[in-house]
Design a protein around this ligand. Structure first.
Ligand code: NAD
Length: 381
């Protein structure tokens, strides 16, 4: 069986789907690995490193795609790449199925079996394949470094001959995978950290990292299937904002990570809250690409608002391409080991990992939420 890796061509994408160490393991298990020439360049993995472990370096992308049984990618393919895919081929990557349902329809028409890494179930059994988590953890870490670098202050408490400096106050909104890593990173840098999540179940995790959990008691169920957050009512939003406003006012750094899958991110930090913040404060809005958790956020831009700066980085994992690619490639290796037994592909649709991850197969769209998103598009067209 041949596994192909094409070079990512989206602007700013520096990750690669396979790193040489993982390619080596796949070669040892009897698979043939084809790497598009310079696919690993932006993540500092040279052609020679892949060649040394027995991968074949291919210059011609069309030939590589043609020969591969399974294609591995990081991000969704471009239109011109999709037209090169052949029927029966498997493509695995972050395909953004709910954000780009038309792409999924295209892949189905092309006869491709598309597997979305964002659809891997968030279960213990699938944990080693959970690329959303492996990448979110990197993003949470990097968000704090960005905030610390932009803050015109120290983060830790310092006792010096020139006086004592109190620790910076960091508020993290949303304590999922990214938020928890942001809390841990801010604590390692010596900041005083408070965090809030709509799901009260995360309180203990927040506290175990040495942060204070901000108590906003909501009188409604806030947890949806799979442990994800639900959209909350207007009244509950108002109440949460009143409580949070007091904490945000005192913060030097606010990191926002709140998302609701398939929907626009909830606005948690309003313009009037920002107006109350200290001048020079920093907000890193990690939900910028989903519309932002903060009023005034512009994805990919730094916006100065009432003397505070809102930073909304795009694709943070790509800014640490070595470890992001390493973790992603490991997630893919574990998925491939699940799919391929003794060199043969086993697409067992009774297995929940495979049935959740597979979005298209044999010309059909399998995922109901993608079908709903397409019907919605047809209605609004
Ligand atoms: P996410 O990126 O979807 O959202 C980030 C956080 O924002 C979440 O904790 C969410 O509750 C919170 N949030 C959403 N709306 C909010 C609002 N209005 N106010 C405050 N907070 C809000 O989350 P994620 O990190 O992908 O995690 C999603 C779920 O998956 C969690 O339950 C997590 O524990 C679970 N998970 C399970 C596993 C596993 O079992 N292997 C692995 C990773 C994540």
């Amino acid at each position: 069986m041949k596994i192909g890796v094409i070079k990512e061509i989206e602007f700013g994408e520096r990750r690669v789907a396979l790193i040489p160490d993982v390619a080596s393991r796949l070669v040892k298990s009897g698979l043939e690995i084809l790497i598009e020439s310079h696919a690993g360049e932006s993540s500092f993995f040279a052609n020679s490193a892949y060649a040394e472990v027995g991968a074949n370096i291919i210059d011609d992308k069309t030939a590589l795609i043609n020969e591969s049984d399974i294609l591995l990618k990081v991000g969704a393919p471009r239109e011109e790449e999709v037209s090169m895919f052949k029927s029966g081929q498997i493509i695995i990557g972050f395909l953004n199925p709910l954000g780009r349902p038309e792409l999924i329809r295209r892949l189905a028409h092309q006869g491709v079996t598309a597997m979305g890494m964002e659809m891997i179930p968030r279960s213990s059994r699938a944990q080693s394949m959970d690329a959303l988590s492996s990448q979110a953890s990197i993003a949470g870490y990097k968000a704090v470094l960005i905030a610390a670098a932009a803050l015109p202050k120290y983060l830790p408490m310092l006792t010096t001959a020139a006086g004592t400096i109190p620790p910076a106050k960091v508020v993290v909104l949303g304590a999922g995978v990214a938020g928890l890593q942001a809390i841990a990173t801010a604590r390692r840098l010596g900041a005083q950290v408070e965090a809030y999540d709509i799901r009260p179940a995360v309180r203990e995790e927040v506290q175990s990292l040495g942060a204070k959990f901000i108590d906003v008691t909501l009188e409604e169920d806030t947890t949806a299937a799979g442990g994800y957050a639900k959209e909350i009512s207007e009244a509950a939003k108002q109440h949460a904002q009143t409580v949070l406003a007091k904490h945000i006012k005192d913060a030097d750094i606010v990191i926002t990570t709140a998302q609701v899958p398939g929907r626009k991110a909830p606005v948690m930090v309003t313009d009037s809250m920002i107006a109350q913040m200290k001048r020079g404060s920093i907000i890193v809005d990690m939900a910028g690409e989903q519309g932002g958790n903060c009023e005034g956020t512009i994805a990919g831009k730094d916006v100065i608002c009432h003397g505070a700066t809102i930073i909304a980085p795009i694709n943070l994992p790509a800014s640490m391409p070595i470890h992001a690619s390493q973790k992603y490639a490991k997630n893919l290796l574990n998925l491939l080991n699940h799919l391929i037994k003794k060199g043969e592909l086993h697409l067992d649709f009774t297995d929940d990992i495979i049935s959740s991850t597979c979005i298209t197969h044999a010309g059909e769209i399998l995922n109901q939420r993608v079908k709903d998103a397409l019907s919605q598009l047809a209605v609004s067209a």
